[in-house]
Structure formats: C-alpha cells, structure tokens
Design a protein around this ligand. Structure first.
Ligand code: UT7
Length: 333
C-alpha cells in the first residue's frame, strides 16, 4: 500500500487590506478591542468583481504546481474544502476543475468549515493509500466578507473573518509523509456557529425569496464564548491523539500549524502544551480567520519562510463549526 506526502503548497490572498482602523469607522469597535480579544491587526477582503472562491483556489494551485515543477495535467482528482462556495450548488470543486482545464477529472467538495482542510487532506490520503489516485489537489478557499454584517450589529463576527485560498498537492510515496489523520464531530453544538439559509429545513412559505430577504438568516450566528471554551479543549485533545498514534511527544513537533481561529486560542494551546515560539506558526494577525483556507495558507507561508524542513514533524489541528475538530501529523519528506 502506498503512503501519501505533500509535495507542494501554494496560497493566494486578495489585494485589499482591511485594517482594524477602517472597521472602527464603519461600526462601533476599536483597534484595541480587536487586537486584545483576537490578535488580528488586518485581514484581506475580496473585490467580488475580481475574485471568486474557485479562481483564488486556482491561483493558489498554480503557485503550488510551480514550486514543485508540476503542471495542471498531473492532477488526477480535486478535494475542495469551503463553506462559502461560488454557488449554493454545484460545489466549487467543479469550477476549479473547469478553471484548471482538467477535463473529466473527479472533484469532491467538503463542507466542514474550519476543520475542512484537514478533512479534505484525510480524504485525499485515503484515496492515495487505496491506490485509486497518485496525485491529488487539496484546497481550502473562502470568500466570507461578502456575507458579513459590517455594522455594529455584526461586529462580534465581522471583525474576525477574512478571505483567501491555500492549496496542497498530495502524491503517492513509498515512505509515509502523512502519518495519521484524526476526524471528529459533535452535532449537538451545530447552532453555536452556523448560517441558516439557504437551508431546506423550513416550510416553503418561509423559504420564498421575499420572506427570506427580510431576515438575518443569511448571516453568521456565533456564540463566541461557547466556541472558544470548546476549542481550547478539543484542540489539545486532538493534537495529543495525533502524537499518541505515532508514539511521539510534543517535544518532537517541529511546527504546529493550528487553524487560525483566534490568536488567543493558539496562545492558550501553546502555553498549556509548553511549546516554544518556534514550534507554533501563526499568521492570523495579517489575515484574520479564513476558515478552511487558514491552515493551507499558514502552511504555505511557513514553508516559504523556511520553517518547514526536510524530515520535520508537522502537526495540523483545527476546530470549528459543527462542532468539528481534526488533526494531522505529517513527516516532511
Ligand atoms: O474558527 C472557529 C470559529 N470561531 C472562533 O473560534 C471564535 C471563538 N471565540 C472568540 O474568538 C471570541 O469569543 C470573540 C473574539 C468572538 C469574542 O470575544 P469575547 O471576549 O468572547 O467577547 P464577548 O462576546 O463576551 O463580548 C464582550 C463584549 C460585549 O459587550 P458587553 O455585552 O460586555 O457590553 C460585546 O457586545 O464585547 C462586545 N463586542 C465588541 N466590542 C467592540 C463584541 N464584538 C465587539 C467588537 N468591538 N468587534
């Protein structure tokens, strides 16, 4: 049975920088509040006339392909993680397949929010281990800014989220790169962080456009305190689960790349696990929380900065809407 390894990474973020200072001119918030509670200084929001989720994913993919001296034609299958697809259906996977000119290849969409990239990576890893494919494109991409309530009413959510895309190319290998993946969910908490519409769970009369448009049901609803409390527990559990699966200790982690939910969450985990600064990668200060895109963007940047080296042990971990949480332990070969 072959193993899988990540052979390349790429990312793309929109040009427009939205500073905390700007947000404080459109809603009742301050730079101090945002920095103190989240660690975010700025985020990128798209110009929707220029970027789509699928074309940002294509840009991230092309960067990864170039770094690995591969071409589009090497890709045999796409796994696309997003909760903000271009359309309600079909998923953005097919739009990326079209954009890359990869006639007829399969494209699978994953809707596991902040854990989406690790769920996607795990899925691709199984396809490679089964021998079905040798080269798979795994992407996480989000445009969240177009659905945010950028007024004081939506300030607890809108200051956090950003847009962007990250891509990883996974290939078959005779040695293990992806050592293990661990996926979890607890749907009892589904409504703690969710967007209701366009959901199918209401009678037809309520789902008519004129009724729906009157509501705020297209907006993100988040019980931030509750999400934070569960996140810190689950992050640590799932990181420890990954280490235990390979009989490793936290000292052996060269780089932990946590989903960039809130800098305070990453710092809490780092402190509780007693990890050194050089063992944890954060870029939420510059991009905010980009949901499924956050881990591949961070991993791609970390690689670009020389923080991911041959033979390193890399741990990915995520927690988010669902609730879902997940981890992956990777040896960089
Ligand atoms: O990727 C996974 C998804 N999300 C997360 O992981 C989010 C996890 N949770 C969090 O990051 C934090 O809970 C938040 C950053 C969302 C909120 O921080 P908090 O310390 O939990 O604040 P809070 O919701 O308890 O609100 C405290 C106060 C409230 O005012 P009152 O009721 O005390 O008068 C809010 O209305 O802060 C107010 N507030 C704001 N003030 C200024 C909420 N948002 C803002 C804002 N600017 N943007």
């Amino acid at each position: 049975m072959p193993f899988s390894k990540i052979v390349a990474l790429g990312h793309h973020v929109p040009e427009t920088v939205i500073t905390n200072q700007y947000l404080s001119t459109v809603m009742d918030t301050t730079n101090e509040w945002i920095v103190e509670r989240t660690g975010i200084n700025e985020r990128r929001w798209v110009d929707p006339t220029k970027d789509t989720v699928a074309n940002m994913a294509a840009k991230a993919t092309r960067m990864a392909l170039k770094r690995a001296n591969l071409t589009e034609k090497d890709i045999e299958f796409i796994v696309f993680a997003t909760i903000t697809p271009d359309y309600f259906f079909p998923g953005s996977g097919v739009l990326l397949q079209r954009e890359l000119g990869l006639e007829g290849i399969g494209a699978l969409d994953i809707r596991n929010a902040c854990s989406g990239f690790i769920y996607a990576l795990s899925t691709a890893d199984q396809f490679i281990k089964s021998g079905m494919y040798k080269t798979i494109l795994v992407v996480g991409a989000e445009i969240q800014s177009t659905a945010l309530d950028v007024t004081t009413r939506g300030r607890n959510v809108s200051v956090i989220f950003g847009d962007g895309a990250g891509a990883a190319i996974l290939q078959a290998s005779d040695k293990p790169g992806v050592l293990s993946t661990h996926l979890h969910s607890d749907g009892r908490f589904a409504e703690e962080l969710y967007v209701k519409d366009p959901g199918s769970s209401r009678p037809r009369e309520i789902r008519q456009p004129e009724q729906i448009l009157d509501t705020t049901d297209f907006k993100v609803v988040m019980n931030g305190n509750q999400v934070f409390k569960h996140a810190v527990v689950r992050f640590m559990e799932v990181i420890n689960e990954a280490l235990a699966a390979s009989q490793m200790t936290k000292e052996q982690i060269n780089l932990l790349v946590p989903h960039q939910a809130n800098l305070r969450i990453s710092q809490f985990i780092q402190q509780k696990m007693q990890l050194r600064d050089d063992q944890v990668y954060n870029n939420i200060m510059r991009y905010g929380n980009t949901t499924a895109a956050s881990i591949p963007i961070a991993l791609s940047e970390a690689w670009g900065e020389g923080r991911v080296k041959e033979n390193n042990v890399i741990c990915l971990a995520a927690f988010g809407s669902g609730f879902t949480w997940a981890s992956a332990l990777i040896r960089w070969i």
